[in-house]
Design a binder for this molecule. Structure first.
Ligand SMILES: [Zn+2]
Length: 237
Protein backbone atom coordinates (compact mmCIF):
# COMPACT_ATOMS: atom_id res chain seq x y z
CA UNK A 1 0.00 0.00 0.00
CA UNK A 2 1.34 3.44 -0.82
CA UNK A 3 2.57 5.53 2.05
CA UNK A 4 0.50 8.63 2.71
CA UNK A 5 2.37 11.67 4.03
CA UNK A 6 1.09 15.07 5.09
CA UNK A 7 3.24 18.19 5.37
CA UNK A 8 1.78 21.06 7.42
CA UNK A 9 3.37 24.51 7.29
CA UNK A 10 2.60 28.17 7.85
CA UNK A 11 3.50 29.77 4.52
CA UNK A 12 3.98 28.95 0.86
CA UNK A 13 7.71 28.04 0.57
CA UNK A 14 8.15 26.70 4.15
CA UNK A 15 7.98 23.02 3.19
CA UNK A 16 10.36 23.50 0.26
CA UNK A 17 12.80 25.49 2.39
CA UNK A 18 12.91 23.28 5.49
CA UNK A 19 12.18 19.81 4.13
CA UNK A 20 12.00 20.08 0.34
CA UNK A 21 14.72 17.59 -0.51
CA UNK A 22 13.28 14.98 1.86
CA UNK A 23 9.76 15.45 0.52
CA UNK A 24 11.05 15.13 -3.04
CA UNK A 25 12.80 11.90 -2.08
CA UNK A 26 9.72 10.46 -0.37
CA UNK A 27 7.57 11.34 -3.37
CA UNK A 28 10.12 9.81 -5.73
CA UNK A 29 10.01 6.62 -3.67
CA UNK A 30 6.27 6.41 -4.24
CA UNK A 31 4.67 8.17 -1.27
CA UNK A 32 1.43 10.09 -1.77
CA UNK A 33 2.35 13.50 -0.35
CA UNK A 34 -0.16 16.26 0.44
CA UNK A 35 0.65 19.77 1.69
CA UNK A 36 -1.41 21.92 4.04
CA UNK A 37 -0.52 25.64 4.05
CA UNK A 38 -2.13 27.40 7.01
CA UNK A 39 -1.80 31.09 6.07
CA UNK A 40 -2.42 32.99 2.84
CA UNK A 41 1.12 34.37 2.66
CA UNK A 42 -0.37 37.81 1.98
CA UNK A 43 2.27 39.77 3.92
CA UNK A 44 5.33 38.11 2.44
CA UNK A 45 6.83 41.15 0.73
CA UNK A 46 9.21 43.99 1.58
CA UNK A 47 7.53 46.20 -1.01
CA UNK A 48 5.12 48.58 0.79
CA UNK A 49 3.13 48.95 -2.46
CA UNK A 50 2.45 45.22 -2.73
CA UNK A 51 -1.26 44.36 -2.74
CA UNK A 52 -1.89 41.61 -0.16
CA UNK A 53 -4.74 39.96 -2.04
CA UNK A 54 -2.77 39.80 -5.28
CA UNK A 55 0.30 38.56 -3.44
CA UNK A 56 -1.73 35.79 -1.81
CA UNK A 57 -3.03 34.65 -5.20
CA UNK A 58 0.44 34.71 -6.71
CA UNK A 59 1.85 32.72 -3.81
CA UNK A 60 -0.80 30.03 -4.19
CA UNK A 61 0.18 29.63 -7.82
CA UNK A 62 3.84 29.49 -6.85
CA UNK A 63 3.12 26.92 -4.14
CA UNK A 64 1.22 24.67 -6.54
CA UNK A 65 4.08 24.83 -9.05
CA UNK A 66 6.66 24.11 -6.34
CA UNK A 67 4.64 21.17 -5.03
CA UNK A 68 4.36 19.78 -8.53
CA UNK A 69 8.13 20.06 -8.93
CA UNK A 70 8.60 18.00 -5.76
CA UNK A 71 6.09 15.37 -6.88
CA UNK A 72 3.47 16.38 -4.33
CA UNK A 73 -0.05 15.44 -5.36
CA UNK A 74 -2.20 18.07 -3.71
CA UNK A 75 -1.98 21.35 -1.79
CA UNK A 76 -4.65 22.43 0.69
CA UNK A 77 -4.78 26.15 1.49
CA UNK A 78 -6.41 27.13 4.80
CA UNK A 79 -5.90 30.86 4.02
CA UNK A 80 -5.61 32.28 7.53
CA UNK A 81 -4.24 35.84 7.62
CA UNK A 82 -0.46 35.83 7.28
CA UNK A 83 1.36 36.77 10.48
CA UNK A 84 -1.64 36.18 12.73
CA UNK A 85 -1.83 32.40 12.95
CA UNK A 86 -2.99 31.10 16.34
CA UNK A 87 -2.81 27.48 17.54
CA UNK A 88 -6.43 27.68 18.62
CA UNK A 89 -9.30 25.20 18.57
CA UNK A 90 -10.55 26.42 15.20
CA UNK A 91 -7.25 25.65 13.47
CA UNK A 92 -6.92 22.37 15.35
CA UNK A 93 -10.38 21.37 14.14
CA UNK A 94 -9.53 22.20 10.52
CA UNK A 95 -6.36 20.15 10.67
CA UNK A 96 -8.04 17.23 12.47
CA UNK A 97 -10.55 17.08 9.63
CA UNK A 98 -7.73 16.93 7.09
CA UNK A 99 -5.97 14.16 9.05
CA UNK A 100 -9.17 12.10 9.20
CA UNK A 101 -9.80 12.55 5.50
CA UNK A 102 -6.27 11.92 4.18
CA UNK A 103 -5.21 9.36 6.82
CA UNK A 104 -1.45 10.02 6.68
CA UNK A 105 1.04 7.57 8.16
CA UNK A 106 3.60 10.30 8.58
CA UNK A 107 3.22 13.97 9.47
CA UNK A 108 5.89 16.59 8.77
CA UNK A 109 5.50 19.84 10.71
CA UNK A 110 7.42 22.71 12.32
CA UNK A 111 9.09 21.98 15.64
CA UNK A 112 7.04 24.27 17.90
CA UNK A 113 9.64 24.10 20.66
CA UNK A 114 12.59 25.38 18.69
CA UNK A 115 14.47 27.88 20.82
CA UNK A 116 14.82 31.37 19.40
CA UNK A 117 12.41 30.76 16.53
CA UNK A 118 11.15 34.29 15.96
CA UNK A 119 8.31 33.74 13.49
CA UNK A 120 5.05 33.35 15.42
CA UNK A 121 3.33 31.61 12.49
CA UNK A 122 5.98 28.88 12.46
CA UNK A 123 5.47 28.17 16.14
CA UNK A 124 1.68 28.29 15.82
CA UNK A 125 1.60 25.99 12.79
CA UNK A 126 3.78 23.41 14.53
CA UNK A 127 1.78 23.52 17.71
CA UNK A 128 -1.58 23.24 15.94
CA UNK A 129 -0.33 20.41 13.71
CA UNK A 130 0.65 18.37 16.75
CA UNK A 131 -2.42 19.23 18.79
CA UNK A 132 -4.67 18.20 15.90
CA UNK A 133 -3.07 14.74 15.90
CA UNK A 134 -4.65 13.98 19.25
CA UNK A 135 -8.03 15.42 18.24
CA UNK A 136 -8.08 13.43 14.98
CA UNK A 137 -7.77 10.10 16.79
CA UNK A 138 -10.46 10.65 19.43
CA UNK A 139 -14.08 10.41 18.22
CA UNK A 140 -15.52 12.84 20.73
CA UNK A 141 -13.29 15.64 19.44
CA UNK A 142 -15.06 17.59 16.70
CA UNK A 143 -17.50 14.84 15.68
CA UNK A 144 -18.85 17.07 12.90
CA UNK A 145 -15.35 17.29 11.42
CA UNK A 146 -15.48 13.75 10.10
CA UNK A 147 -15.90 13.55 6.35
CA UNK A 148 -18.66 11.17 5.29
CA UNK A 149 -17.65 7.56 5.61
CA UNK A 150 -14.43 8.38 7.44
CA UNK A 151 -13.75 7.64 11.06
CA UNK A 152 -11.07 8.86 13.38
CA UNK A 153 -7.43 8.55 12.39
CA UNK A 154 -4.24 8.08 14.36
CA UNK A 155 -0.95 9.31 12.89
CA UNK A 156 1.82 6.99 13.99
CA UNK A 157 4.90 9.05 13.22
CA UNK A 158 5.90 12.71 13.18
CA UNK A 159 9.03 14.37 11.76
CA UNK A 160 9.51 17.92 13.02
CA UNK A 161 11.55 20.23 10.78
CA UNK A 162 13.29 23.49 11.71
CA UNK A 163 14.39 21.76 14.91
CA UNK A 164 17.29 22.35 17.28
CA UNK A 165 17.03 18.82 18.68
CA UNK A 166 17.36 16.55 15.63
CA UNK A 167 17.50 12.77 15.97
CA UNK A 168 16.72 11.73 12.39
CA UNK A 169 18.75 12.50 9.27
CA UNK A 170 17.63 11.88 5.71
CA UNK A 171 20.18 11.49 2.91
CA UNK A 172 19.14 14.06 0.33
CA UNK A 173 22.11 13.97 -2.02
CA UNK A 174 19.84 12.75 -4.82
CA UNK A 175 17.16 15.42 -4.47
CA UNK A 176 18.90 18.70 -3.58
CA UNK A 177 18.58 19.83 -7.18
CA UNK A 178 14.85 19.15 -7.09
CA UNK A 179 14.61 21.21 -3.92
CA UNK A 180 16.36 24.15 -5.65
CA UNK A 181 14.02 23.89 -8.62
CA UNK A 182 10.99 23.83 -6.32
CA UNK A 183 12.21 26.87 -4.40
CA UNK A 184 12.79 28.69 -7.68
CA UNK A 185 9.05 28.48 -8.33
CA UNK A 186 8.51 30.99 -5.50
CA UNK A 187 9.35 33.96 -7.73
CA UNK A 188 7.88 36.45 -5.24
CA UNK A 189 10.39 35.29 -2.59
CA UNK A 190 13.93 35.88 -3.91
CA UNK A 191 15.36 35.10 -0.46
CA UNK A 192 14.58 31.40 -0.95
CA UNK A 193 16.17 30.96 -4.40
CA UNK A 194 18.90 33.55 -4.92
CA UNK A 195 22.58 32.58 -4.83
CA UNK A 196 22.86 33.20 -1.10
CA UNK A 197 19.84 30.98 -0.42
CA UNK A 198 21.27 28.18 -2.50
CA UNK A 199 24.62 28.42 -0.75
CA UNK A 200 22.88 28.40 2.63
CA UNK A 201 20.86 25.28 1.81
CA UNK A 202 23.90 23.43 0.56
CA UNK A 203 25.92 24.38 3.63
CA UNK A 204 23.07 23.40 5.98
CA UNK A 205 22.71 20.01 4.27
CA UNK A 206 26.45 19.46 4.41
CA UNK A 207 26.60 20.24 8.14
CA UNK A 208 23.60 18.03 8.89
CA UNK A 209 25.25 15.15 7.10
CA UNK A 210 28.80 15.55 8.36
CA UNK A 211 28.60 13.68 11.67
CA UNK A 212 26.60 10.85 10.08
CA UNK A 213 28.92 10.21 7.19
CA UNK A 214 26.38 11.50 4.68
CA UNK A 215 27.32 14.15 2.15
CA UNK A 216 23.99 15.99 2.29
CA UNK A 217 21.20 15.51 4.85
CA UNK A 218 18.07 17.15 6.16
CA UNK A 219 17.51 16.95 9.93
CA UNK A 220 14.33 16.21 11.85
CA UNK A 221 13.07 15.48 15.35
CA UNK A 222 11.37 12.15 14.86
CA UNK A 223 8.57 11.06 17.18
CA UNK A 224 7.06 7.59 16.92
CA UNK A 225 3.75 7.12 18.71
CA UNK A 226 3.70 3.56 20.02
CA UNK A 227 0.56 1.62 19.16
CA UNK A 228 -0.88 4.41 17.04
CA UNK A 229 -0.94 2.40 13.84
CA UNK A 230 -2.68 -0.53 15.48
CA UNK A 231 -5.33 1.85 16.72
CA UNK A 232 -5.63 3.46 13.31
CA UNK A 233 -6.19 0.13 11.58
CA UNK A 234 -8.83 -0.75 14.15
CA UNK A 235 -10.75 2.47 13.76
CA UNK A 236 -10.96 2.83 9.99
CA UNK A 237 -14.48 2.89 8.65
ZN1 LIG B 1 7.40 30.71 6.88
Amino acid sequence: MEKRILGVAAHPDDLEWYAGATLARLAREGAAVTFVICTDGSKGSYDPRAVPRALAAQREREQRAAAQTLGVREVIFLRHPDGELEPNAALRRELARVYRKYQPRLLLAFDPWKRYELHPDHLAAGRAALDARLAARMPLFYPAARPRGVGVWSIGEVWLFNTDAPNHFVDVGGTLDTQYRALAQHRSQPSVWDDAARAFIEQRARENGRARGIEYAEAFRRIVIEGAQVLAEGTRV
